[in-house]
Design a binder for this molecule. Sequence first.
Ligand SMILES: Cc1cc2nc3c(=O)[nH]c(=O)nc-3n(C[C@H](O)[C@H](O)[C@H](O)COP(=O)(O)OP(=O)(O)OC[C@H]3O[C@@H](n4cnc5c(N)ncnc54)[C@H](O)[C@@H]3O)c2cc1C
Ligand SMILES: NC(=O)c1ccc[n+]([C@@H]2O[C@H](COP(=O)([O-])OP(=O)(O)OC[C@H]3O[C@@H](n4cnc5c(N)ncnc54)[C@H](O)[C@@H]3O)[C@@H](O)[C@H]2O)c1
Length: 453
Amino acid sequence: MSEQVDVVVVGLGPGGEYVAGALAEAGLDVVGIEAELVGGECPYWGCVPSKMMIRAGNLLAEARRLSSLAGDAEVTADWSRVAGRIRDEATDDWNDQVAVDRLAAKGGRLVRGTGRLTGPRRVAVGQRTFEARRGVVLATGSRPRIPPIPGLATTPYWTNRDAVATKELPTSMLVLGGGAIGVELAQVFARFGCAVTVIEGQERLLSQEEPEAGELAAKVLGADGVSVLTAARVREVSHDASGFTVRLEGAGEALHAERLLVATGRRAELAALGVDTMGLDPAAAAVSTDGQLRAAPGLWAVGDITGRGAFTHVSMYQAQIAVRAILGQPGPDADYRALPRVTFTDPEIAAVGLTEQQARDRGLRVRTGMVPIASSTRGWIHGPGNDGFIKLVEDADRGVLIGATSTGPAGGEVLYGLNVAVQAEVPVERLRHMIYTYPTFHRTVEAALEALR
Ligand SMILES: Cc1cc2nc3c(=O)[nH]c(=O)nc-3n(C[C@H](O)[C@H](O)[C@H](O)COP(=O)(O)OP(=O)(O)OC[C@H]3O[C@@H](n4cnc5c(N)ncnc54)[C@H](O)[C@@H]3O)c2cc1C
Ligand SMILES: NC(=O)c1ccc[n+]([C@@H]2O[C@H](COP(=O)([O-])OP(=O)(O)OC[C@H]3O[C@@H](n4cnc5c(N)ncnc54)[C@H](O)[C@@H]3O)[C@@H](O)[C@H]2O)c1
């Protein structure tokens, strides 16, 4: 016998939890199925604890910058404060009762277990089957992508989960992958005294961003004592009592460290989700949806599983659209032109919209302007730690910004104005003739607009 409900949400990360809670508050009978912790990757092993680690690492770095500006301080790093805060404040020691209660208070029902589609509007979990009158929402997120490197699979390598949960700071760590996770965690561990080497397969760190962003990341990681290897191909990984050994293609010595963190991207796992029962490809990298997040009749998908950017803000944005669609309320389609992202290194490396190369690849006539933060009054006043730049990408034919990179001490915050400009297609001529507060970091935007060529 199947149980009749209005909506089943499979996976209660940021996207799924929002959908389940909002639909329950709207009066629908909603069942949310969660295999691990309500809240998903972001609060327990992702954004929140990693940003707590970063906050701590940044404090150490700021204290070490004191001497030329303000006096002397003796700084002794203590990882136990970070580990303690992650346990006590971020994750309740990986207990999701607060989130479970939050969903219940909105009227949602939680079923623990692994959900699987068994046909249109039908989901099985354990011995139970639910039939959802309005439909099913897939919000199962993503898992680390582990590359098929000989030897790797049988070693006790770390993923983000181990790095976030560790109580002990390793003395040395190899980081495979120089994307967002790799560079953020490399900098934190290095600032606490761990000897870190980042091994990146592409020519630059943060290879999906502007080349200047990757070069900046390498420069600031280097200043923190991190060794950065780019265009590196790993041939083999092994592990013994002394730690990990990584052998690279070509000449050179093997790399050795106590820990190996694998941060080589994430992927949705569709095969076990039963998407084939809905006519979708179980081998695909993501579930494709229409602008209202509909993947098939009676089936919606939100979050990392859609492959539109593995960010909490994307999953929440999509969740709002899916909720409207399921409630039959009109609203605009998802629009990813101004997709913002921030890598929370120090300096923060933030971007919105297209990179210069992406714009050129689309055949657009492009103008760019780039100005270092240090050349602004505020950057100069800031002194140590003022690395960064603003780079703008203009569609010269339309006279609007279609992409921007904002790096610097508050790069992620400065991005907001550029995010609005790209989203709202504010004419560059208008941006040139507005007042920028003195002396802010964001005044560098005005100089970058002047530099557009
Ligand atoms: C280290 C790290 C740092 C990050 N930092 C940031 C950041 O600063 N900013 C940002 O925007 N993003 C960040 N992210 C990305 C962010 O965490 C994800 O984009 C976000 O969590 C995705 O949300 P989601 O709703 O797609 O699902 P997820 O958070 O992935 O949750 C999916 C849930 O579904 C459950 N599930 C899976 N399969 C099933 C099933 N079959 N049945 C039942 N339940 C199932 C899982 O247990 C999980 O709880 C970070 C990620 C990592 C790893
Ligand atoms: N601040 C944030 O918003 C934030 C922080 C962390 C993670 N995230 C999200 O989580 C996702 C996953 O993070 P990630 O850093 O694992 O992925 P990523 O896709 O950002 O970066 C992975 C990196 O690993 C490299 N790589 C892949 N295979 C390799 C190999 N065999 N050898 C060497 N290098 C290899 C890639 O070239 C790439 O640079 C990100 O895409 C992002 O969406 C966001």
